[in-house]
Design a protein around this ligand. Sequence first.
Ligand code: NAP
Length: 671
Amino acid sequence: MRQVHSFAAGAWVPPRSGARSIASAITGDIIAEAGNDALDVQGMRAYARDVGGPALRGMTFHGRARMLKALALHLREHRQALYDLSFDTGATQADHLIDVDGGIGTMLVFASKGRREMPDAQVYLDGAPEQLGRAGQFHGQHICTPLQGVALHINAFNFPVWGMLEKVAPTLLAGVPAIVKPATATSYVTEACVRLMIESGYLPDGALQLVSGGVGDLLDHLDCQDVVTFTGSADTARTLRGNVNLLNNAVRFTAEQDSLNASVLGPDAEPGMPEFDLFVKEVQREMTAKAGQKCTAIRRIMVPEAQVDAVIEAIGARLENVTIGDPRAESTKMGALVSNNQKVDVLEKAIQIGTEAEHVFGDPENFSMADSKGAFLPPMLFHCADPDNARAVHDVEAFGPVSTVMPYRNLSHAADLLNRGKGSLVASIITRDGDVARQITMASAAFHGRLYFNNRDSMSEATGHGAPLPHMVHGGPGRAGGGEELGGIRAVKHYMQRTAVQGSPDILTAIGQRWLPGAAEATDKPHPFTRPFGDLVIGDTFNSASREVTLEDIETFAHFTGDTFYAHMDDAAAKANPFFPGRVAHGYLLLSFAAGLFVQPDPGPVLANTGLDNLRFMKPVEAGDSIKVRLTVKAKTPRNDAYGEVRWHVTLTNRDDEAVAEYELLTMNAH
Ligand code: NAP
């Protein structure tokens, strides 16, 4: 029998008193045990705070992102071991791709976003600075810094790898240590994954710990620097959410719980159209992937009244072809539920749904695996003819291959039915009609964490109704838990404190490592284009000579580029325009002259100009005026071993020192 260990304060701790048995989903035989009442959970918390936290906070966002990438690649190399173990959870090889590869892929996305969208620093700037004083000597900036406690992740049984990695990746990227508590039923897979991560040597001590079994009194001692994220049933969420210590200390608590997700066949989609087939295919896939044990699975199927029979027939035909059996067999399309307890629970819920809906497909007493001791069930389809007067079909989540077809009269009725779930993770709408999409969005988006539209144009690339993506927010209001995770860098911020920092430009520049206008400028060094990336310091400034802009320059530029807009060519017409005093220079002419004024022409560390951001033309320049440029190192971001990106603050001023244009120039500079 497999002993599922915890990993506490740097040591593996075996199961002892209070351990629970874990059965194979395929055979029903006991294969493992997990849990230890004597586990020192308070010691784990202290270890995370005192050892893991400081080590992680000592790294930059880029350092942590590189660590995530190394961890993910290590897991990818060893994923076969995770596949092999996961079969006993009832999952097929296709299910492993969602759980194991999906988890690794999610980690890689955070690794990449961490390096592309976060600084190589320890403070994250949240949004642009706000000028709070008239003269520009007092500003505000929102910053995010890592919480100094621990993130406790309590996870559901259905995704033992993805469920952990999708939370651990943003936690570690933020600089916060994690204690993971997987659901006991599949904890042996999570344990194997944690072992791989620990053994890789990429994680600092205390960054990741594992509780196999119960969490003891851990929740009773957490404080404002800690975070609890929960994924599981609404009942457990309610219990945990009500913990007095969490309430007293305003401990952050996020819940991702069950929900009655739905899919709508648009009124424009009829049998014979690609959208109709697409709808049926998505429904069948969502009912049978992971044997329906997906938090995002389609539980309610909404179709125009006229299409009900055709939809039931088409879904039934597809379900007929789903081979159920031992998930190790290649021919198996749907494996088992995680346990016989789960099977009993699903059957009970199906009976409740059956009081309001006709059972139209799948007989649990009579299907290919009916005699197995494992937790097998057939897909079960119901038809609820009167969804307005039904309650269970909108409220009872049978966490298995169970779904209910229901008719809708018109779009607003479809939206009403969608919203009867009282908050869900995802709703999908299969339509090619933009008006349908807009109307459903206005009527329903507030009830759903994600809206997924698909049709013949997007179907070859669409990622599927049920797939939460690291780039997009996952979570939903109300019944879905009211939480939010993933969604790119948003997820990382859940483990950081946002603080409004106010002060002078020098103070804010020092904190954020991003130069603010008004902060100190160093002008006594050689031209910044002659110095390698590493030598440039934030605030280094180059002031150019000035150059006159003549009427001839304007005309030459106009004819050379073809931009003979009247404001540059016709004095009377320009004067009639509220923005111009008369003929003025092209903005792009000014930018080109600016480049000529600040450039250092010889080959050197500047490898390429990769773009400019936030360009503003603030004042027109007339012929006879002159311009000069100030170029200041605003921020630096290493890209690889060869070069890094320099963001320059560029200001063009006229003869009277008034700003005429401002922008941020981006260059790649060799180390
Ligand atoms: P569950 O029974 O609520 O358990 C979830 C987690 O909570 C498990 O790790 C469980 O540990 C733990 N737990 C239970 N009681 C606890 C307590 N008193 N203190 C601390 N931890 C406690 O849910 P499940 O059966 O594993 O998962 C199925 C449900 O999860 C479904 O309803 C599904 O919709 C939902 N789900 C939602 C999402 C989402 O992202 N929204 C994702 C996946 C699943 P033990 O296993 O040791 O009891």
